[in-house]
Design a protein around this ligand. Structure first.
Ligand code: NAD
Length: 247
């Protein structure tokens, strides 16, 4: 992978790349030769990970800015920034505590804003770059017990459309919206029986592997996606086509 604008090794930032989808995405970009930085509050679960870990809490705008500007100064710029860090909690809407909702929005929505602002300023000034994020099919369809999560992902999709209009033609934005993906997040919330029941509802009859989400990010960051901005790429095994969503 070579950045077309500069003809140099691309620099890719990914939040939440110590686990799951982010980890697989970091691996995908690293294997193509990119220089990849993992901005996560925790060190990588897999010590052999190919990205350079920088401790970063995406809810802290000053910390995100300092880490992003530090990498840009060291590397001479940023080509792609992927806001992927996120959490989800299964809870009934009528029982949700305001502090829990606020915490989720801080990570899932403000976390995207914080990365996109810091990296977006650098890209806009440089004249090129791509801002990506992990949304969810839940941003487009209702799903019970995750209403705060779903609202956060709908917010990410709205952000993606509006930021695309402000930053074009210099900077592109896009989201990948996964359906069910077999990651630590998913395993922590679903029993084996629940996973099997979910698989029955997915037209492709299985969860996605994290590498399949990573492939979508790799496409959106590439020159092959040069005329795509403000859009989501749904990777859900056909679920949303039937009008349902995952978590
Ligand atoms: P995961 O729990 O495996 O990984 C999430 C990572 O985010 C972890 O490494 C964690 O340390 C990091 N993180 C959490 N809060 C952070 C913070 N404040 N600052 C920095 N890092 C933080 O989860 P995953 O399943 O890989 O999810 C990744 C993204 O994909 C999330 O945005 C999630 O909402 C989205 N998603 C997941 C699924 C799924 O089925 N797993 C489906 C749709 C969307």
């Amino acid at each position: 992978m070579t950045d077309t604008a500069t003809n140099q090794t691309p620099v890719v930032l990914i939040t939440g790349a110590s686990s799951g989808i982010g980890e697989a995405t970091a691996q995908r970009f690293s294997s193509s030769g990119a220089r990849v930085f993992n901005l996560d509050r925790q060190p990588p679960a897999n010590a052999s990970g190919s990205a350079q870990w920088r401790e970063c809490d995406v809810t802290d705008p000053a910390m995100v800015r300092s880490v992003v500007e530090g990498i840009a100064a060291e590397e001479g710029g940023i080509d792609t920034a992927i806001a992927n860090a996120g959490i989800s909690t299964r809870h009934a809407f009528l029982e949700m505590k305001p502090e829990d909702i606020r915490r989720l929005l801080e990570i899932n929505l403000f976390g995207v804003i914080n990365l996109w602002q810091s990296a977006g300023r650098i890209m806009f000034e440089a004249g090129s770059g791509t801002l990506l994020a992990t949304a969810s099919t839940n941003g487009s369809a209702g799903y019970p017990w995750y209403s705060d999560y779903n609202a956060s992902k709908a917010g990410v999709l709205a952000l993606c459309r509006s930021v695309a209009l402000e930053l074009a033609p210099r900077v592109r934005t896009a989201c990948v919206s996964p359906g069910y993906v077999l990651t630590p997040m998913q395993r922590s919330e679903y029993t084996d029986d629940m996973l099997a029941e979910v698989n029955e509802r997915i037209p492709m009859r299985r969860h996605a592997d994290p590498t399949e989400i990573a492939d979508a990010f790799f496409f959106l960051a590439s020159d092959n996606a040069r005329f795509i901005t403000g859009q989501q790429l749904v990777v859900d095994g056909g679920e949303l086509a039937g009008g349902t969503a995952s978590s």
